[in-house]
Each structure stands twice: as C-alpha cells, then as structure tokens.
Design a protein around this ligand. Structure first.
Ligand code: PMV
Length: 323
C-alpha cells in the first residue's frame, strides 16, 4: 500500500487526521435514489486527535458514545475489540449547515482508527466512511463521504473517465469519478436554521414515490448530468443557469425554506446563479458570484441575515496530519 496512491499508512497511536467539509453543486437528494451528483471538498476542515486512554471519550465526554451516533458507529465499525481511546475533535465547519461537518468528522476519525489498525487504501476508506455515516444516519448516499475522502471535485454516478471507486449499500451502488476543478470561487451562506438530513431525505423519498415522482427524478438527473459536463468544460453561464434549474426542482420536492428563498433573492444582483446546498429545509445556499462582485455578494447575504463564507475547493481529501 503506497502513500503515493493515496492510501492511509499504518501508524501507532497517538494519531491525528483531518478531513475537509463539502459543498454540493448539483443533485442532492436525487443522488440518494441513484441519480448523479456533483460536489467539491471545501477549505474548511475537521481535525481529530486519537490517543490511548483508560476510558473511551470524545472531547472529554465519556457519555459521547451514547449521545453521538457518528462516534458510536465509527467505534463499532472501525475499532471493535481494540482498547479505549480518547478522541478530540476540532472543527471549522459549521454544524447542520449542509457543509459536511458529520462526513468530515467520520472521515477524519475513520482515517485515524484505520491507520492504527494497519492502514487502509482510499477506496476502502470511502466505503467504510459511508458505512459508518449510514449506520449513524440510517439513510443517505455516499456523496458527502466520498467527496471528503477524495478531495477536489467529485461526480457520483456521472462524469466520464476511470472511476475512483464504487460504493455499495444493501440496495444500491454509486460510482465515483473525478471532475476537473474549473478554478472558481464560490460563496456559501448559512441561513442559521439547523435541520435534520435524515428527515429531509425521508420527506423527499416520499415525494418521489408519489405520482410524477419518477419524472421529477429524471429532471434532476438531466440537470446534474448537464451540470457535471458544464463544470468540466468551465462553462460558467451554463452552470449558473443550471443552478437555478436545480433550485426549482428542489423547491418542487419541498426542501426549500422561506429563509433560503430570502438569501437567494438577496444574492440575485451579485451572483450569476445560486441554489440551496445539502439537505435543505434550512441549512445553506451556494452561489456563483459575478466575477469582481464577491465582496458585494457577501455583504448582501449578511444584510439578508445569512452567515456567508467564501469557499474555495481543496484538492486534498481525508489524510493523516504528521508532524
Ligand atoms: O447532510 P447534508 O446537508 O450535507 O445533505 C446531504 C445530501 C443529501 O443528498 C440530501 C443526502 C445524501 O446522503 O446524499
């Protein structure tokens, strides 16, 4: 297992690892049902430190294993039969905002625990990280976890070229490919309204099972496929217009929110295109700024009550932090 191929090498505790957050450009929700998605890893990260301990704890809390389903799921799937550890987690990713804070925590922790148990290749890390997140959340696609494990821009069930890996659940499989980063700056604004990914995923699943659902899913698929090729060739006007089309579909399946719509309205004069990003029903929007109007866009979003961040894609996925 060479480190050049992106594998996580074997090390002994204490081990530190980090993983980036993520931002979904096209196809959230539809990806759960097998349609394509495009996402990228963002320059906000979570870092975990894992060390031997008399008691298993997360951030000094010995009850965390009962309270935090992601922590419990990681220990059950990646650390069974091993001695207690204490984990410290420090994150710059806002929680429940659609920026992948749980996927980053799970990917960083899984990389560290897998390193301590002999190392792991990246496709297996992607599958294990998905299994752990799914174990905690009960529903969902491998979009978030594969993006934070891979880094850069990633297409799930779309794009062209050699697959990085295929992720399997009991019902479905998703193939993950790399997409070239067009090198743009993006702006995310958090509405301040936290939401449950699992609840939103279940509500959309019910909507897609109603009459007209399959046709809607087909529309999601078309927009994401076109969006993936438009990003790949750096076609900014096309990407901007597809962001709007994807937002219409997300509105139609019921995951927009008045606060998100207010942020989208506020973005209009300084963004080429915008949509909600992540599970919706709260959470954040993603906007593609008019070049040169990034600061104005941030100002508009803040004035409309959002918490804006300029985000840049990062190439590096989950990795060990070695000093
Ligand atoms: O948890 P979030 O906000 O990052 O949303 C995840 C994206 C969904 O497509 C809604 C769910 C999934 O697992 O893909």
């Amino acid at each position: 297992m060479s480190e050049e191929s992106g594998a996580i090498p074997p090390r002994t505790l204490p081990i530190s690892a980090r993983a980036p957050g993520k931002c979904i450009v096209f196809g959230e929700h539809a990806v759960v049902h097998g349609a394509p998605e495009l996402a990228f890893a963002v320059d906000l990260a979570t870092q975990v430190f894992v060390s031997p301990s008399g008691t298993t704890m997360l951030n000094s809390d010995p009850e965390a294993i009962h309270r935090n389903s992601y922590f419990r799921s990681a220990l059950e799937l990646a650390w069974i039969g091993h001695p207690p550890v204490q984990v410290r987690s420090v994150s710059r990713i806002p929680k429940a905002a659609g920026l992948g804070s749980s996927a980053a925590f799970v990917a960083g922790l899984t990389a560290a625990l897998s390193s301590a148990t002999g190392g792991i290749d990246r496709p297996t890390l992607a599958q294990r990280t998905f299994d752990i997140e799914r174990g905690a959340q009960g529903v969902g696609s491998p979009g978030d976890t594969s993006t934070v494990v891979a880094g850069g821009f990633v297409a799930i069930n779309g794009g062209s070229g050699d697959p990085l890996w295929t992720i399997r659940s009991s019902e479905r499989e998703w193939t993950v490919r790399r997409v070239d980063d067009p090198g743009w700056v993006w702006v995310v604004a958090y509405s301040g309204i936290p939401r449950s990914t699992a609840d939103a995923v279940k509500a959309v699943g019910a909507r897609l099972a109603e009459p007209g659902g399959p046709a809607l899913l087909e529309e999601f698929r078309r927009v994401a496929d076109e969006g993936i090729s438009a990003v790949g060739r750096g076609d900014r006007p096309r990407v901007a217009s597809l962001l709007g089309k994807n937002q219409e579909l997300l509105r139609e399946v019921g995951v927009s929110h008045p606060r998100l719509e207010a942020l989208l309205d506020a973005a209009a004069g300084a963004a080429e295109g915008a949509k909600l990003t992540g599970a919706g029903a709260g959470g954040s929007i993603l906007a593609l700024p008019v070049p040169g109007k990034e600061t104005e866009l941030v100002r508009r979003l803040a004035r409309a009550g959002g918490l804006p961040f300029v985000v840049r894609p990062v190439a590096m996925g989950a990795s060990l932090v070695e000093g």
